[in-house]
Design a protein around this ligand. Structure first.
Ligand code: ATP
Ligand code: ZN
Length: 665
């Protein structure tokens, strides 16, 4: 294992394997490796290490697939690639590098997504082993389903910073990738974000939501205004003396002066401040966007609304502050009158240390105003903006807004650099983690080929010494979770024999598109679902070959009623399931459906998009979060089993060290 890690550090392709240069296995194992045909999915961080390991171990017939092209940012760890390869397909260059290293290797490469009809069950069936080196759960789930259908063993893996894992999936014998419920992106309760932030990340999430409300596709679940329905707040908050809620700020087109004058009055009696931007407002459908439009995106007006008026409204929810520090309103005019700082900067600066500097309050205000103006101008040209951490104005906006909100709540402000890390969910890729995970894949792969599945292990890589900063080289890495392979979960939607299930959902409000995207693709992991009524009519509801023409209709409008049985199948995955749908109108607001298998399946935790040919950066980031969360969860499970299963038994045969629990000391 250490051998592999050291080799990966060479970072240059000086390695050329001579025909006789292989690991010392017993003759039977060697023959199996010689004859094995393997499919490697993903040629990124883990993939590059894995390909080199496969060659070193003696594998010669390797098919590899990756949909992506090489980026400059890959070069620091994806050591098969060089700067002259930037823009070229990863699969092609990895294959070339492998052939250079080992001329006798037969490498077949595909620059495509693995979620394509041509990679069907028959295609998967030609391999002895499939090895995943992917970075997103949609593709992982799909490959898992294909391997189950083709009955080919799969070694699954992942890494996120110092976390890593590797597990073996064999149909009918072990847990599959979907046996454990999906873990959603880390989310924060709406009332924390809208009413009572206490950490920088709460302000950053709020600022990102605000960006979408003002410039992007407004999502009702991402409301940024005070939530008067917070259970911790007093119900009277924001009420006028006559018991009605005050008209909100910009439904009446006030001039700046009147707004400010109005605010001044409100400021003198915060408890009487009546800001209509409360929970009801979201229900009424009046959005932050509508207000911004009403004031022509005037940045002073927006500032006063966000950091004065809304904060005053929150102050009126007195119960919230019984045990918390009260937030403070900001006044744009007095901040702007403050003495000038040496320099105000934002997108114009490219110097790294500048990016790490904390802005003063006045600088935050100026960057906010400048970013609002710039983003509005872009929006006028292209209508809807999509938040992107690499867009200078978007990043300026989020940094300044998060800092201004943090100032209101007495939370430490952040530099633009730190905000970017948090807002972009950036978890630095660690080359050593990838190298270790790729070594673990080989360990399991060889055991599978040897038919010694009981000696395979599910492995989790984690750091300890948590007091040491995550980026410090002193941070030690250890394989902490080691368990024997776990048995399949009885009701798993992917690997159980069960072909029937039932769901409770609101048939009057759930649309066909939601049923397809969030339930069939998101929950049941189908790639191309077909659906028909399981009755004598056999009416087709969804045909994967055609665009949905009923997509916005509720299920009831398509003859799907309480107790209807739906035949759902995926031709590509050779997967069929019959789903009985039962009407429910008592589900919590954020719950789309409940399955008979598990408790609440929360809408927010479901990917809203089908597994796509390309994963977006956002999906990639999400999957990194998934892994971090998943690893933590798995670790808990493994810890419970650790006592029982610790130790590797016979693993020191065939050249593997007896003890490799502590890899990097
Ligand atoms: N559906 C898919 N089909 C084929 N390859 C895929 C698919 N989804 C993801 N991949 C590939 O899996 C690889 C995962 O590697 P890795 O996590 O190192 O990603 P990366 O994009 O190179 O790095 P980073 O995300 O850190 O910039 C990527 O090269 C990606 O293109
Ligand atoms: Zn399963």
């Amino acid at each position: 294992m250490i051998h592999f890690c050291v080799l990966s550090r060479l970072k240059q392709r000086v390695l050329v394997l001579s025909p006789g240069m292989k690991m010392a296995f017993d003759p039977q194992t060697q023959t199996k490796i010689d004859q094995a045909k393997v499919f490697m999915v993903g040629a990124g961080g883990i993939g590059c290490e894995l390909l080199k390991n496969l060659l070193l171990t003696g594998f010669r017939d390797i098919h590899l697939i990756d949909l992506d092209t090489i980026e400059v940012s890959n070069l620091n760890r994806q050591f098969l690639f060089r700067s002259e390869h930037v823009g070229k397909p990863k699969a092609q260059i990895a294959a070339l590098a492998a052939e250079e290293m080992c001329p006798e290797a037969r490498i077949t490469w595909y620059h495509e997504s693995v979620i394509q009809p041509k990679f069907n069950v028959k295609f998967f069936g030609q391999f002895n082993l499939v090895l995943n080196a992917l970075d997103n759960s949609a593709a992982r789930s799909h490959v898992n389903r294909m391997c189950l259908a083709a009955n080919v063993p799969l070694v699954e893996s992942g890494s996120s910073g110092y976390l890593g894992n590797c597990k073996v999936i064999i149909k009918g014998t072990t847990e599959c990738f979907d046996c454990q419920p999906p873990i959603g992106q880390k989310t924060y309760p709406g009332c924390t974000i809208r009413n009572t932030p206490s950490e920088p990340i709460h302000c950053i999430v709020w600022a990102k939501h605000l960006f979408n409300q003002l410039f992007g596709e407004a999502d009702p679940d991402q409301d940024v205004s005070p939530d008067s329905e917070d259970p911790a707040a007093d119900p009277e908050a924001g009420l006028l003396s006559n018991g009605t809620h005050q008209e909100h700020w910009s439904t009446v087109a006030e001039t700046n002066e009147t707004v400010i004058a109005h605010l001044a009055v409100q400021q003198n009696g915060a408890h009487q401040l009546q800001n209509g931007s409360n929970g009801n407002e979201a229900k009424k459908g009046t959005s932050t966007r509508a207000k911004a439009v009403a004031c022509g995106y005037n940045s002073i007006d927006l500032f006063q609304k966000l950091f004065h008026q809304d904060i005053s409204y929150l102050l009126s929810m007195s119960k919230l502050w019984e045990k918390r520090r009260r937030p403070e309103v900001l006044d744009v005019h007095s901040i702007l009158k403050q003495k000038d700082e040496e320099k105000v900067w934002g997108s114009s600066s490219t110097e790294e240390h500048e990016d790490k500097r904390l802005w003063s309050l006045k600088q935050n205000v100026i960057v906010f105003m400048r970013a609002v103006k710039a983003l509005k101008e872009t929006m006028d040209k292209i209508e809807t903006l999509v938040w992107d951490k690499d867009d200078e104005n978007a990043m300026d906006f989020v940094t300044a807004c998060a800092n201004l909100r943090a100032t209101c709540f007495g939370i430490t402000t952040q530099s633009r650099y730190d905000t970017k890390q948090m807002a972009g969910n950036i978890i630095p890729a660690v080359a050593s983690t990838n190298a270790i995970v790729a070594g673990l894949i080989i360990f399991n792969a060889v055991k599978v080929l040897q038919n010694r599945v009981d000696e395979c292990r599910n492995l989790i890589l984690k750091t300890f010494r948590d007091a040491v900063p995550a980026t410090s080289p002193k941070r030690r890495v250890r394989i902490t979770g080691v368990s024997k392979l776990l048995e399949p979960v009885k009701d798993c939607v992917s690997c159980s024999e069960r072909v029937e299930t039932s769901l409770r959902l609101n048939l009057e409000t759930t649309t066909i598109k939601d049923f397809q995207d969030k339930i069939l693709k998101g929950y049941f992991k189908m790639a191309q679902p077909d659906v028909s009524l399981d009755d004598s009519s056999g009416t087709v509801i969804i045909d994967s070959e055609f665009e949905l023409n009923n997509k916005d209709k509720p299920l009831t409008a398509c003859k799907i009623l309480d107790g209807t049985r739906l035949k759902c199948s995926d031709f590509l995955q050779e997967y069929d399931i019959t789903i009985t749908v039962n009407h429910a109108d008592d589900l919590p607001e954020d719950t789309l459906f409940e399955s008979s298998k598990d408790a609440n399946v929360v809408l927010a935790a479901m990917p809203s998009q089908a597994p796509d040919a390309r994963t977006t950066p956002a999906q990639k980031r999400k999957s990194a979060d998934d892994l971090a969360e998943a690893s933590a969860e798995e670790l808990k499970r493994f810890k419970r089993q650790e006592k029982e299963h610790l130790g590797f038994g016979h693993v020191n045969e065939n050249g593997f060290p007896d003890q490799f629990l502590e890899i990097l000391e």
